[in-house]
Design a protein around this ligand. Sequence first.
Ligand code: KG4
Ligand code: ZN
Length: 354
Amino acid sequence: MSIKYVLAIETSCDDTSVSVVQEDGFVISVISANQDQAHQPFGGIVPEIASRNHTLNILPLVDAVLKQSAQTLGCKQEVIWQHIDGIVVTARPGLIGSLLVGVLTAKTLALVHNKPFIGINHLEGHLLAPYLRDPGYQPPDHFNYPYIALAISGGHTNLYKVHELGDYEVLGSTVDDAAGEAFDKFAKMLNLGYPGGVQVDKLSQNGEPAAFKFPRAMIHEKNYDFSFSGLKTAALRQIEKMSESERAEQLENLCASYQEAIVDVLITKLARAVENEGVKTAVVTGGVSANSRVRSMAQDWADKKGVTLVIPPIRYCTDNAAMIGYAGICRLNRGETSTQDLCPMPKPLPSDFR
Ligand code: KG4
Ligand code: ZN
């Protein structure tokens, strides 16, 4: 039987997200509950708070998405489960307590409604996000495998070659902090609030990227790995040297210089991978792809090199259940399923990537 619609659940980190997705990637409904307010006082994600909030959010979100989907599909809410052919959930990697809430919910719904279900790797969702579509977005006409994907968020910074569905080659990863984490930690040093990436981006608009010389670790190394801890330390040393008033005066320059150092390394390595692998398509995804400098530098490079660059809209770049649903529906339609003994896992399975 072909699976036409799935209900998808994403709870791997701090966002609770539920979606109904159609087999071609069309998003029938997606609703997410953001927990930034709850973690703001701590300047970072507190796993225990995240999982507790998931337990509060998950069932109301499932109800809301099913209600919205019934409206979109033009059926009565009582019969919406007749239209849902399967259930998809993020099973790894992530915060174990957070994943547990999603996986248990998905397994219970699958059992109660007698539907096939599948647990998938969260990163696979990010990698396939460009295939999603809705009235405001669709991938370019010729978009297809293979492509190089840069996945950058608060939790991951990885470069992949996406050969085809289910065949993902890790070209490189961060050896320490993720790019989003580097933004957030810098923002914390300057008391800019959490999550700090957006603030740094905003302040950078009026700053001079060459005002401070910050290191670009590993930029000349032939591998595709990243490191941001040296940059973070260099920024801290710089900030410590400055008086309160100097910091205030130089705030925009500090942000722009720090941002430029991160983005420079990210786009340099993406460009090198595209060139070396001989592919003509690149994808940038994950929360940090919202960064205006990431977007402009990537687009300038792509235009110059004649590369097709796809950066999905931010609603599909940040953690969301629609991308999980699309990855899952593709796999369910290939005949893959999970069983009730599926366990959430903090790390990927060795078979997830090559
Ligand atoms: O993908 P995401 O929503 O959640 C995960 O971490 O999985 O990404 C959140 C990260 C945070 O670190 C946040 O500071 C960063 O993305 N971020 C940005 C911007 N918007 C979000 N970083 C730089 N510039 C932005 N405009
Ligand atoms: Zn993510």
